[in-house]
Write a protein that binds this ligand. Structure first.
Ligand code: GAL
Length: 707
């Protein structure tokens, strides 16, 4: 199949083709889920699936590649093709996507002299190597070679940072496009340089590059479509990100997008001359392992038409009707120029294509009455009706929803009593396994862990004189993300909440943490367990400094009241339990002990149990409402971070630009209580392991089934 475009649409084998796409990030579900997700997409009227490519997951260590299991991109594409779906691949390799480090491997940070996403030789060298490698993997999957891939994207929303890099940034973006073109994949290239922040007016839109198609990312693409056609008169209007909802951070609100508003915005785009949309996301899925960006919850449901577990929601039904209606009349709008717009009354107007197909639109907040093709219409506020030339009503975005209710039921699985192992203070590690780094000052965490674990211990001793004893303040001058503080082996404090997604520059106040403690006179041992919550996804999360500046742990002096602690410091990367592979094996060196009532709620606990595969088919989730914070594994595979933290933080000021489309107030209940257990990760006999930082009661854990 050939892929080209004209000013109206993509041309597949020379024919203008409506693109109705849904985003599904292959690592956020499992191969066992893919067929049903893709089938549902086809049945919902979509003809395309879009995904980013996750460099951060495919090359976790330099030169070690992984395309297995959930990372089997070719298999995902071929399954899509078998369902009759085209594929859009967004190569990035910078992809944003709420994934760890925006899709860049964490180890890039250690490349000498590197600055991400600008005209920087070390970055361009690594990026070019990866992009060329990806090209060879995807080449056989491209449409000209008989595969399903019809479009490729390079970079992602460069506008969000373009102002920082000026001329260097422009050169870099053009270099990206030239690199992608040099691959000769034989399919059009897109950039989608203009992103949400640019839409918010935070930054001047400057980015675009010769040789690629510029696309739109927005909540309401019709509001920017005229500007798009003015800047790109020979390109069609393709909407690469039509956000179906939004993501959630720990302690933050879950902003929601109403299905009727989403359907209105989508239909309104085609009324205005659009010819392709990608619902971002159709299936959001799960941030397994440690794969989410800083502060992102493990669930990545995103308000998608398919829920985290791959089950349809009422949004799916509502959009499926729209997709089928658009498919049914596609040639009536694609084969014609942009429609003529006729205002009728104060709010309503008609976008009439030369074929006679009409989109009756109401952008206002009040109902609008209008007459068309011999029929009276009352359009609900912010709604669109699609009407054929003969007056047949094809679709109404405001048609009532058919509610679909989902609940949790017991899976029938019985968890055996839990066994426990203690995670010791670093000074109590067996000498053979301890490998502390000693320095006068705390050493930044990622330089020690290479982001292969969330955890790093920091330990020092200090003396409190009689005059300094009593209540006081322990201050970490610079720290990220969450710190558990222990004095003489006892837990005394944890980072105050809520944490914020955008923290400003790393040399500013949000990276300082202060703890009110009472200390007796004498010698004390201070142990700090620094817990990373994922790497940032872009410069703006650290005040528009380069992503290479990302840091974790402690990297500046620690003070008791005014006095700096003298050091030296011992840094111990990781947990002993990780060294012993406790998530995977029972642990050979020290035995697990059957837990007693005294063990419940003790911090720094490893918990382990077993259970037989439930008889029901799933989907399954663990109810961790009775636990604190930590990581959880099934059969050695990490399900993700868990954290029983209430939703308390409203939408931040930087989210103001979304408010017409997203709504939500903090519920006060747990940000996330249920943790997806993919059915294809279960065996006849299963092991469940948790590392609990704070304390919690594992006897409350249940395996539930979503119905
Ligand atoms: C866009 C970005 C996506 C994703 C989305 C929010 O700006 O391109 O990768 O981060 O925002 O979910």
């Amino acid at each position: 199949m050939t892929v080209h475009h004209d000013h109206r649409a993509l041309l597949l084998d020379g024919r203008r083709t409506l693109i109705l796409s849904g985003a599904v990030h292959y690592p956020r579900s499992t191969p066992g889920m893919w067929p049903a997700i893709l089938r549902h997409m086809r049945e919902s009227g979509l003809n395309t699936v879009e995904t980013y490519i996750f460099w951060n997951l495919h090359e976790r260590r330099p030169g070690v590649l992984d395309f297995s299991g959930r990372l089997d991109l070719p298999r995902f594409c071929l399954l899509a093709q078998a369902e009759g779906l085209n594929v859009i691949l967004r190569i990035g390799p910078y992809i944003c996507a709420e994934t760890n480090y925006g899709g860049l491997p964490g180890w890039l940070r250690d490349v000498p002299g590197i600055r991400m996403r600008t005209d920087n030789e070390p970055f361009k060298r690594e990026m070019a190597r990866w992009v060329r490698l990806v090209a060879e993997i995807i080449r056989p999957l491209t449409a000209p070679c008989g595969g399903p891939v019809i479009l490729a994207q390079i970079e992602n929303e460069y506008d969000n940072i373009a102002a920082t890099y000026g001329e260097d940034g422009k050169r870099y973006l053009q270099w990206c496009v030239d690199l992608a073109r040099s691959l000769e994949l034989g399919i059009p290239l897109v950039t989608c340089a203009a992103g949400g922040a640019a839409e918010a007016g935070e930054k001047d839109a400057v980015a675009s590059a010769e040789g690629s198609l510029e696309t739109i990312n927005a909540f309401r693409a019709h509001e920017v479509i005229d500007a798009h056609f003015r800047s790109h008169p020979r390109a069609p209007a393709l909407w690469t990100e039509n956000w179906t909802g939004w993501y959630q951070t720990w302690g933050g609100v879950l902003p929601k997008r109403d299905p009727q508003e989403l359907a209105y915005a989508t239909a309104r785009f085609f009324a205005a001359g659009g010819s392709g949309v990608n619902y971002f996301l159709w299936h959001g899925g799960t941030n397994f392992g440690r794969e989410g960006m800083y502060l992102l919850t493990t669930s990545y449901e995103f308000g998608g038409p398919l829920d985290e577990y791959g089950l349809p929601t009422d949004k799916a039904r509502h959009l499926a009707r729209l997709n089928h209606a658009l498919r049914a009349c596609a040639s009536d709008f694609l084969d014609h120029e942009r429609p003529e717009v006729r205002a009728v009354g104060p709010a309503g107007f008609i976008c009439a294509y030369a074929s006679g197909l009409a989109f009756l639109c109401n952008d206002g907040a009040e109902p609008a009455r209008l007459a068309h093709a011999g029929r009276e219409h009352t359009l609900a506020p912010r709604s669109v009706r699609i009407v054929r030339a003969d007056g047949e009503l094809l679709y109404d975005s405001a048609a009532p929803l058919r509610p679909l209710r989902r609940t949790w039921k017991s899976s029938g699985a019985r968890l055996a009593p839990f066994a426990r192992r203690e995670e010791p203070m670093p000074s109590d590690w067996p000498v053979a396994l301890a490998a502390p780094v000693t320095a006068r000052r705390p050493v930044e965490q990622l330089s020690l862990t290479r982001d292969e674990t969330d955890y790093c211990w920091y330990e020092t001793e200090f003396t409190v004189a009689a005059s300094e004893a009593g209540p006081g303040r322990l201050t970490f001058e610079r720290v990220a993300d969450l710190a558990h503080v222990f004095i003489d082996g006892r837990p005394v404090a944890t980072t105050p909440l809520p944490l914020r997604e955008r923290r400003g520059r790393m040399d500013e106040g949000r990276f300082t943490q202060t703890f009110e403690l009472t200390l007796a006179p004498g010698r004390h041992r201070l142990s700090v367990l620094a817990c990373a919550l994922g790497l940032i996804k872009g410069d703006w999360m650290i005040g528009y400094a380069n992503m290479a500046e990302e840091r974790k742990g402690l990297w500046a002096p620690v003070r008791w009241n005014r006095r700096g602690l003298p050091g030296p410091w011992r840094m111990q990367p990781g947990l002993l339990g990780e060294r012993l592979s406790l998530p995977a094996e029972p642990g050979a060196l020290l035995p697990w002990k059957t837990a007693t009532a005294r063990d419940t709620r003790r911090p720094l606990s490893w918990w382990r149990t077993t259970f037989a595969r439930p008889k029901s088919p799933g989907p399954f989730a663990l109810d961790l409402g009775g636990m604190g914070k930590g990581l959880v594994w099934i059969n050695g595979r990490c399900l993700g971070r868990y954290w029983n933290i209430p939703e308390s933080d409203p939408m931040g000021p930087w989210m103001a630009w979304m408010k017409g489309s997203l709504v939500g107030a903090p519920s006060g209940v747990a940000t996330q209580r249920h943790y997806h257990v993919p059915a294809d990760w279960l065996r006849e006999q299963n092991s469940l392991v948790l590392f609990e930082e704070l304390g919690g009661d594992p006897a409350t854990i249940r395996l539930l089934r979503r119905v």
